[in-house]
Design a protein around this ligand. Structure first.
Ligand code: NAD
Length: 342
């Protein structure tokens, strides 16, 4: 028997528990067909904890996360009133210095996309920018948010993105709004260009965020790695996901030097709670990214293959893909396929 990986599982709010259950079943199937083990440790976090604990990320959960190798996180509902607890994802990213949010977007077999042959990855700075959470109401009706951008954080995420581009099609586009945000995006641009000099074999281009939003619709197949700051990356990755077919297929990884958290791009979609209707694939592919990060390449490849085969066959599809299968049916079908793969 190979290594045992300790995984913290946070099931989340809304559709979180349904899609997490599907992903955990797929992980168990991948484990049973491989020579590693998973020690899955469930912990409390999310909107549903606030009434009981006064926080969405209880201290016991933080302690448990620190004892694990990675976290599989279901989507969570974030309250919006000023003073309410900050998003759990944002807290964990900062606590563990998960500086790169990696969100692959690609076309899938038999899934209707706006354009064919899309295969891009959004790499988003994950610890600062407009997600720093520093906001003030300086006088009634006048609000200010600080967009903190540091050279250090930009260099760190740029290094990650260039390394990734080097392994892919060797093309990186960095996205900014330097014509308006001259100081903050000036820091970002300088850091990217400084890093680019270390990777002469990676072709580097820049684009303003508004033009990037347009080109993601017009010619998404032209992008390989898209590197950007926190809020721009969040918006563009949702857009890229929908361009390739459905938010229900878009997985994500939050990567730091010594920890990783894996969660879908989508949120808790509260209106579908308990309906057994949404697509679990984004969560399943997030679990696949986790296995890859943990070095379990063979099992990760099996999960990817199972998803691609199922989509290609087109018999089991959730409503977002034009079908009528349930979350559970799709999850079970992927898990069974993983088990049957050689
Ligand atoms: P959302 O991503 O939850 O849902 C938007 C729409 O996308 C849904 O109405 C649905 O049509 C579609 N969708 C989402 N997931 C899907 C799936 N698996 N299968 C099929 N279709 C799917 O975005 P929202 O409505 O803006 O946010 C709801 C809550 O989620 C908010 O409280 C928000 O703060 C939170 N959120 C959390 C995270 C996270 O935990 N990392 C990320 C984004 C949003």
């Amino acid at each position: 028997m190979g290594k045992t990986h300790k995984i913290a599982v946070l099931t989340g709010d809304g559709i979180g528990p349904e899609v997490t259950e599907a992903a955990v079943n797929v992980l168990k199937a991948a484990k049973s067909a491989s020579d590693f083990d998973l020690d899955l440790q469930y912990a409390e976090a999310g909107f549903h904890c606030i009434a009981e604990y006064g926080t969405n990320l209880p201290e016991d959960t933080v302690a448990l996360l620190k004892r694990t190798d990675a976290c599989l996180k279901g989507p969570m509902t974030t309250p919006e009133e000023p003073g309410a607890p900050v998003s759990v994802a944002v807290k964990i990213r900062k606590l563990f210095n998960l500086f790169a949010n990696v969100r692959p977007c690609r076309t899938f077999p038999n899934v209707e996309a706006l354009k064919p042959n899309i295969d891009l990855v959004v790499v988003r700075e994950n610890t600062e920018g407009l997600y720093s959470g520093v906001e003030y109401e300086v006088s009634p009706g006048v609000g200010i948010a600080l967009r903190i951008i540091t050279r250090e954080a930009c260099l760190r995420v740029a290094e990650y993105a260039f390394k990734l581009a080097e392994k892919r099609r060797k093309h990186l586009t960095y996205v900014h709004k330097g014509n308006i945000l001259r100081v903050t995006d000036g820091v970002f641009k300088d850091a990217v260009l400084e890093t680019a000099r270390k990777y002469p074999d990676v072709a580097t281009a820049d684009i303003h965020v508004d033009a990037a939003a347009m080109h993601l619709i017009k010619k998404p197949e032209s992008f390989d790695v898209l590197l950007t700051t926190n809020l721009f990356g969040d918006v563009l990755s949702d857009e890229a996901a929908q361009v390739t077919g459905s938010l229900g297929l878009a997985a994500g990884a939050n990567i730091g030097d010594s920890y990783g958290m894996f969660e879908p791009v989508h949120g808790s979609a509260p209106k579908y709670t308990g309906m057994n209707r949404v697509n679990p694939t984004a969560m399943i592919l997030s679990a696949q990214m986790m296995l890859e990060h943990l070095g379990e390449k063979k099992a990760a490849t099996k999960i990817e293959k199972a998803v691609l085969e199922l989509l290609k066959e087109g018999k089991i599809r959730t409503a977002d893909l034009g079908g009528s299968s349930t979350t559970r049916e799709m999850g079970v079908a992927i898990a069974e396929r993983v088990k049957s793969l050689p």
